[in-house]
Design a protein around this ligand. Structure first.
Ligand SMILES: Cc1ncc(COP(=O)(O)O)c(C=O)c1O
Length: 340
């Protein structure tokens, strides 16, 4: 795995933040050109996110040395690309239809994107994927459960794949908390080419705080730490994320959203305008309709925004609908029932 890391990153002497150089507590801090009048945020945030990592390590049952926190998991994607991929030379592989940011982040970093399309039933052919890997493939992105399909990849199939390839594999588990599948986090000690990303934006309800999670072996986490911007998670996000994680009953929150999800599916299936509701392990449904553009525009007029995924591979006339609150779901269903 070490040989996959770009030479300039391996040799990188990271920015050393003011507080990194002096770790003991002091009474007077004149080292970082901060404004001296005390407030909740006149000091730079902890660049190591120590308290937040501690809270996450307890919830996810992972050692702190295996965790990196990104400004959303979108930042994790970018850090991974910049760590492994030589612009203009290396490539990544994605499995469309899938989350759009892999491609955008690759384009920003001038990294070629190869595609291994999912089958029309949204299954991934791992053999076909393996055959796409070449000498310049540095990272394969797997999304499980996948966005926009909601489909989970088989845990053992991912493990087999990771064990058989020599490039890095990033398993994006942004929606894993809604599924009953094991997380690939449990395999980071076994496979040194495995990176798992998760987020507090979806199940944990903190999209506005921008807290993304990355799990990997400790050597990689140290490298990623060198690459990330020193103060990527602000003081308030770190503080509020810890408070939220520790104060809420996540078990009952999951039960509630799964119940709402089930009710939404039952109601969707009764609508004449909905032709198919795809199975989903996430907090959204991909639905097939007769004319997605028409229905999308109609819902907009009713003040309801869903995601039109019609232009994605195998998603012709498909809308992606997030499970909202019970009241929001009722409003959606009422609007759909009035659609002619
Ligand atoms: C599959 C997937 N990965 C990552 C993200 C980004 O999440 P974050 O808010 O942590 O940046 C999203 C957001 O929609 C997503 O769907």
């Amino acid at each position: 795995m070490k040989t996959l890391i770009r030479k300039n990153i391996l040799e990188l002497k990271p920015y050393s933040s003011a507080r990194d150089e002096f770790k003991e507590a002091a009474s007077v801090y004149l080292d970082a050109n901060e404004f001296p009048v005390p407030s909740d945020f006149n000091r730079y945030p902890d660049s190591h996110h120590s308290l937040l990592k501690n809270a996450i390590s307890k919830i996810k049952n992972v050692s702190e040395k295996n965790i990196l926190i990104g400004n959303g998991s979108d930042e994790v994607i970018d850090i991974v690309l910049r760590t492994f991929c030589e612009p203009g030379i290396d490539n990544i592989i994605i499995t469309p239809p899938t989350y759009g940011m892999y491609e955008v982040a690759a384009a920003i970093n001038d990294i070629e994107v190869k595609r291994c399309d999912l089958e029309p039933n949204f299954e991934l052919d791992f053999e076909k994927l393996k055959n796409q890997i070449d000498a310049n493939t540095k990272v394969v992105f797997l999304c499980s459960p996948n966005n926009p399909t909601g489909k989970l990849l088989d845990f053992d199939a991912i493990c087999d794949f990771v064990s058989q390839v020599s490039c890095m594999v990033l398993v994006d588990e942004a929606y894993i908390d809604f599924s009953d599948s094991r997380s690939m986090i449990t395999k980071i000690d076994e496979f040194d080419n495995l990176i798992v990303s998760q987020t507090l934006s979806k199940f944990y309800g903190m999209a506005g705080l921008r807290v993304g999670l990355c799990f990997a072996n400790s050597f990689l986490i140290e490298i990623f730490h060198k690459v990330k911007p020193p103060y990527n998670i602000n003081i308030l996000s770190q503080k509020i994320a810890i408070e939220e994680l520790n104060s809420k009953d996540w078990g009952s929150s999951l039960r509630q959203i799964l119940k709402d999800k089930q009710n939404l599916k039952a109601a969707l299936l009764q609508q004449n305008c909905i032709l198919q509701v795809f199975e989903s392990d996430a907090n959204f449904y991909l639905v097939k309709v007769a004319n997605a553009n028409n229905l999308y525009q109609y819902l907009i007029k009713k003040g309801i925004v869903v995601r039109n995924r019609s232009n994605q591979l195998h998603c012709e006339n498909c809308l992606r609908i997030t499970v909202g609150t019970a009241q929001e779901n009722i409003e959606l269903i009422n609007a759909l029932s009035e659609f002619v």
